[in-house]
Design a protein around this ligand. Structure first.
Ligand SMILES: Cc1cc2nc3c(=O)[nH]c(=O)nc-3n(C[C@H](O)[C@H](O)[C@H](O)COP(=O)(O)OP(=O)(O)OC[C@H]3O[C@@H](n4cnc5c(N)ncnc54)[C@H](O)[C@@H]3O)c2cc1C
Length: 348
């Protein structure tokens, strides 16, 4: 297979942005990936690896090669106390959660219905309802472009943090994730400490958690097929204890979550709502009326409309609370990732 010219990125981003890449291809094997990367026609072009495009805002067309990871396959091995899953990067995340539960392997249920691919899950260490993927990830297999070889990176070396990993930063251009290893202990423990899951009680099953998480997400979050979006637009900010105490004195109902290192995590959605921005529409972009952390494409929005709204939200929250929100969504410019400020200056 060779890459197609003028590759339509519209089906490959959940914001529903109309954009094209100079070249693009969905690859389904390591051999195919290697062949393309060794070919002189493609090897020096700006490159972007995509799963489902559910964490990306294309701010322009992409002057380079887009590689959609479509590698499939799940292998399971078993020992006395755990199942080990080796999952190809192009598998769909939610389908993996569903399938593992159907096989009696519990653990991933709190992360049901997170859109996207298995290969992207370690990139921002996806998480929901009190569980992050790093809890069960044992290794990540990559194709290393500098060494021209496949490597297995143990989870401890991936630099996992809150919506962070080394794949997002230092390895962004040098390592393509081809598979992810998971270890699911047979001694399953429910994680129900988060929000409405608390009501499920102590006798809960993994399937009940899965069902509840799916129901909550379907009620709470706009579905990208109906209203383009990329989930939480900003990360929940962390502040020092002094700053948190000062804010709590002013806003006693403000949610605040003390962290092990003494810092305090705040809810970005609450800050946005409290700043009076919930439901705000600017052109064809809006802060979602039910979920203030999600910015949506009301239909036919241009990237600059989303970007300008995001900047406005960031500025207003900063003015009111003295906190600068960091985007969770990645902005893709003409030849690679750009910051919100860079995307904004291009939009002016
Ligand atoms: C409605 C909605 C709800 C969401 N809810 C959550 C949530 O609860 N929790 C959460 O954490 N996230 C959430 N997200 C964000 C998103 O689902 C995750 O970030 C997901 O992991 C992205 O997967 P993807 O395959 O679509 O990645 P893409 O958007 O295609 O890519 C994301 C980044 O990962 C890189 N990447 C992708 N695949 C590879 C690979 N194989 N090798 C190297 N780099 C790669 C890309 O280059 C890009 O930088 C939500 C998104 C939406 C639209």
């Amino acid at each position: 297979m060779t890459p197609s010219a003028h590759f339509d990125l519209t089906p490959w981003n959940t914001f529903g942005m109309k954009a094209y890449a100079d070249w693009g291809l969905a690859f389904d094997s390591l051999a195919e990936l290697q062949q393309i990367l060794l070919d002189d026609r493609w090897r020096n072009l700006p490159r972007l690896v995509l799963g489902g495009g559910s964490n990306i805002l294309f701010t322009s067309d992409f002057s380079g090669l887009v590689l959609v990871n479509a590698m499939k396959g799940i292998d399971v091995t078993e020992c006395d106390d755990a199942w080990s899953l080796h999952v190809a990067a192009g598998e769909n995340w939610h389908q993996l959660v569903q399938w593992s539960l159907s096989q009696g392997m519990a653990g991933l249920e709190n992360m049901a219905l997170i859109p996207g691919s298995v290969g992207a899950a370690p990139v921002q260490n996806i998480g929901a309802y009190g569980v992050e993927v790093c809890r069960y990830c044992s290794y990540v297999d990559v194709w290393d472009l500098d060494l021209q070889q496949q490597l297995r990176i143990p989870a401890q070396e991936c630099g996992f943090g809150y919506r962070e990993s080394r794949f997002k930063q230092e390895w962004q251009h040098s390592r393509i994730i081809t598979a992810v290893g998971f270890k699911l202990p047979k001694q399953w423990q429910a994680v129900t400490g988060y929000g409405p899951l608390r009501e499920l009680g102590s006798q809960v099953t993994a399937q009940q958690i899965f069902n509840t998480v799916c129901q909550l997400r379907l009620e709470k979050l706009p579905q990208p097929e109906q209203l383009g979006n990329a989930g939480s637009f900003f990360k929940n900010p962390t502040v020092d204890a002094g700053k948190a105490a000062a804010l709590q004195a002013e806003y006693p109902v403000m949610p605040a979550y003390p962290q092990a290192d003494g810092s305090v995590k705040l809810a970005a959605g609450w800050l946005i709502e409290r700043a009076g921005l919930k439901g705000l529409e600017m052109g064809r972009a809006a802060v979602h009326a039910q979920q203030a952390l999600v910015l949506v494409n009301l239909g036919g929005a241009a990237a600059f409309e989303i970007v300008k709204l995001a900047k406005h939200v960031q500025q207003r929250v900063h003015e009111q609370f003295g906190i600068k929100l960091t985007p969770e969504v990645r902005f893709m410019g003409t030849t690679g990732e750009v910051t919100l400020d860079e995307a904004c200056s291009c939009a002016d």
